[in-house]
Structure formats: structure tokens, C-alpha cells
Design a protein. Structure first.
Length: 278
């Protein structure tokens, strides 16, 4: 049973491995005590004794499902490198992702999530690798059909799938009911667009908003160089009004997953999320 907020059906969740790697019941209890009602669950990062989805046995599925009873598994995180040039590495990545597709429905997970790449990809390689991303996604979407599973891809500014236009092109090219989007606003935000972020959010919503099924929520500040530095919600550069208004109008039942959570202020962050989207 999923617990719904009185003021709507938005579900507030958290990335499970932000609480550490534990036995499923211990981890679920930690999350439950903070008040979150949904999770982004990455098996190899969250569950002790397991190094990936391939390790999940039939008997484990029931145990994990029972442990998270009352907590929605919004995303089964299986973040792989869809654009690696190493074919042997790709075979291992593919096997791990297909294993996630196979167990997602029995676990009750709504989506199997991934980004497109590992590490930072320069512009030349973003262009070169995009067709490879499409080809490999087409392959795993065919696998998703076999297991009645759904793939949710997450655009990231430094990866191959890096902006609104390419995300729309991916959706249109593959034209699959099995393909959805995880929208993490901070992951598509660059330092140069902080001041015009509301325009960026509208570009994303216009380009791929209809296919968004999960929101990742976090906050941060940009140093002189490198990626953002995480912080408590409301204390960074993020401005969520455009996204909030869109969600309330178009996506009132969506799961909003807090990423980069810290145990010491998890309850404060949850209160911030509830207040923001009330």
C-alpha cells in the first residue's frame, strides 16, 4: 500500500543508497523512519551481499519486496554505459541491464533507470556516440518488451544524452511505449544557464515533458570548476517554480525522488519537498 499525501498524489521518495548499503529490511526501515514513501533502488549500491542485478535470485525477490512493503520502488537503478567503445564491457553492461528488466516487474519496480554514459563526454564524442546510444537502446527496449518492463533514461549535461533536443530526438527515433524519462533538472543545468534556468526548464518540458515519469530532486552550488557541490534543499541555486507548476498541472501522480540525501537532514528535506509541492 502506498501512502498518499492529503493534498495530492505526488509521492516523495529518496535514493536508497544515500542511506548506505544494508540488508534490504534494515535499509527499508531506515528509509521508512524518515517518512519517505518511494525509492530509487540500485541493487549493487544498496543491498549487502549483492554486486548487481544478476545476483538477485528468485528467493531474493520476495525478500526485497516484503522488506519494502509500503514503499514504492519507483526506479530500479541500473546505470550503465550505453556508449562505451569497449564491446566486451558493453556485453557486461547489457547483461546487467537485461537482468534488471527481468526482475523489475516481479519486484514491483515501475521503471529501470539509467543515464547514457559514464564520466564526462566531450562535444565531439557526444555527436559520435549518439547513434550508438540509439542502437543499443533499441536493443534493450526489445528486451523490455519480453519482460513487460519500462526503461527510463536520464539526460545529463556532461553525457551523450545531454540536452532537451537530443532527448526529444531519442524519443521520436525509437518511438517505443517502453521508453520514459527521468528528469533531473540539476543534471541538465550548466553553470552558464543558472540565471536562465527557468527558460531551460520550459525547453525540457516542451521537448520531453510528456514522457517524464520520475523527477530527481536535489540542490547544489557550482564551484569555479567541475560539477555541482550538493547541499540541503533550498540552500543552493535551484529554482523549482516552473517545474512545480507543470507537475501540479500535468503530472499530479508522479514520484519525486530526493538524490544526494544526507541522513542528518533527511527529515528537513522531506518537509521542504512537501512544502514546495503543496
Amino acid at each position: 500500500m502506498i501512502l498518499y499525501l492529503e493534498d495530492g498524489n505526488l509521492k516523495f521518495g529518496v535514493r536508497a543508497h544515500d542511506f548506505g548499503k544494508y540488508d534490504a529490511k534494515i535499509l527499508a526501515d531506515k528509509i521508512r523512519k524518515t517518512g519517505f514513501e518511494a525509492v530509487h533502488l540500485a541493487v549493487k549500491k544498496s543491498l549487502s551481499g549483492m554486486n548487481g542485478n544478476i545476483d538477485v535470485r528468485q528467493e531474493d525477490i520476495g525478500y526485497i519486496k516484503d522488506a519494502f512493503c509500503g514503499i514504492e520502488i519507483s526506479v530500479l537503478g541500473s546505470y550503465i554505459d550505453f556508449t562505451t567503445d569497449d564491446e566486451d564491457a558493453w556485453k557486461k553492461h547489457r547483461d546487467e541491464f537485461v537482468a534488471a528488466l527481468k526482475i523489475s516487474k516481479p519486484l514491483g519496480a515501475l521503471y529501470v533507470g539509467s543515464e547514457s554514459s559514464y564520466g564526462e563526454v566531450d562535444m565531439e564524442n557526444k555527436v559520435r556516440l549518439f547513434p550508438k546510444l540509439i542502437k543499443r537502446l533499441d536493443d534493450v527496449l526489445n528486451e523490455a518488451d519480453k519482460y513487460d518492463a519500462y526503461v527510463a533514461m536520464e539526460p545529463v549535461a556532461s553525457h551523450t544524452l545531454y540536452n532537451a533536443d537530443l532527448t526529444a530526438e531519442m524519443i521520436n527515433t525509437l518511438n517505443s511505449k517502453r521508453l520514459k524519462i527521468i528528469f533531473d533538472p540539476l543534471n541538465v543545468l550548466t553553470k552558464e544557464r543558472v540565471d536562465s534556468q527557468e527558460t531551460l526548464w520550459r525547453e525540457c518540458i516542451d521537448a520531453f515533458g510528456k514522457e517524464v515519469e520520475i523527477i530527481h530532486l536535489k540542490d547544489g552550488v557550482f564551484p569555479d570548476k567541475g560539477r555541482h557541490l550538493p547541499c540541503k534543499l533550498g540552500e543552493g541555486i535551484m529554482r523549482y517554480d516552473v517545474i512545480k507548476d507543470w507537475l501540479k498541472k500535468e503530472k499530479p501522480d508522479i514520484s519525486i525522488i530526493r538524490e544526494e540525501e544526507r541522513d542528518e537532514y533527511a527529515k528537513e528535506d522531506l518537509a521542504f519537498m512537501k512544502n514546495l509541492f503543496s
